[in-house]
Ligand binder design. Structure first.
Ligand code: COA
Length: 222
């Protein structure tokens, strides 16, 4: 007699393709506030997706990987092998079009954005956006995000292994990243990262009623 039919999911990690761009942007927006949606703090999806993922998907797509569950992209790791070059590219080529986009779309006049930008400016003027510069010892960076239904089944570890493999192949000496999630911090420690710097950020205070942690993790690759 035949037993119950058990569905076996197809789960894999593969390099990013241009057709994944829209999904990566949508996942970035849905997880932007420490795993929750960006709509809680910002009104302007196109602009925010450009700011969060534009460099990685459009300027360095070869450093991006996606996680696929039953044919759907459910997560990503997006990275930069050299953050000094990334920052230079952002300032020279991406900042002006971004500002133009924000002005043309009237984003600076939307109440949610005014509240958020006010918090960011206050934090900047009181020195609360400062963090040490780790770009010499740890030149690379990354962002990793999975949709809730894809978490906890090994995909995060597989995305990380793909990206670290790419960095090693390119002779990169170290990688660091920042997170606002203590939970994600434990994942990074499990992946061999060490806590380099701990602080807190006040810019979601008007929504959460508390500061969020800022945890910077790093890992040498040689
Ligand atoms: C953080 C995140 C990428 C981890 O991916 P994941 O698929 O859930 O993690 P995995 O299942 O691959 O776990 C890999 C290993 O890390 C461990 N791990 C994962 N999360 C952990 C946690 N919160 N605490 C301790 N260990 C953890 C797992 O037990 C596993 O161990 P094993 O290899 O011995 O079995 C994912 O949960 C996520 O996207 N979270 C929301 C967004 C976020 O916080 N992004 C990162 C910061 S910007």
């Amino acid at each position: 007699m035949a037993g119950p039919v058990v569905k076996v999911s197809d789960v894999h990690v593969r390099p990013f393709l241009p057709g994944d761009r829209a999904t990566v942007r949508s996942i970035a927006l849905s997880t932007a506030m420490a795993g929750s949606s960006s709509s809680m703090f910002f009104d302007g999806d196109e602009f925010l997706a450009d700011a969060l993922t534009g460099y990685f998907t459009d300027r360095e797509p070869e450093s991006c990987f996606v996680a696929v569950l039953d044919g759907e992209v459910v997560g990503y790791i997006i990275g930069a092998r050299d953050t000094i070059a990334m920052d230079a590219c952002f300032t020279r080529k991406m900042l002006f079009p971004l500002v133009q986009k924000a002005l043309c779309a009237g984003l600076l006049f939307r109440a949610r954005n005014i509240r958020f930008l006010y918090q960011v400016m206050r934090a900047a003027f009181s020195g609360r956006l400062w963090a040490p510069d780790f770009s010499r010892e740890y030149p690379a960076t990354l962002h990793i995000n999975l949709l809730p239904q894809a978490r906890g089944s090994g995909l995060g570890g597989r995305l990380m292994a793909s990206y670290l493999g790419l960095l090693r192949k390119n002779g990169v000496s170290g990688v660091r990243m920042a997170t606002m999630s203590e939970d994600a911090g434990r994942f990074f420690e499990h992946q061999g990262f060490k806590l380099l710097y701990r602080s807190s950020r006040p810019y979601f205070h008007h929504i959460l009623g508390r500061d969020v942690p800022l945890l910077v993790y790093g890992r040498f690759l040689r």
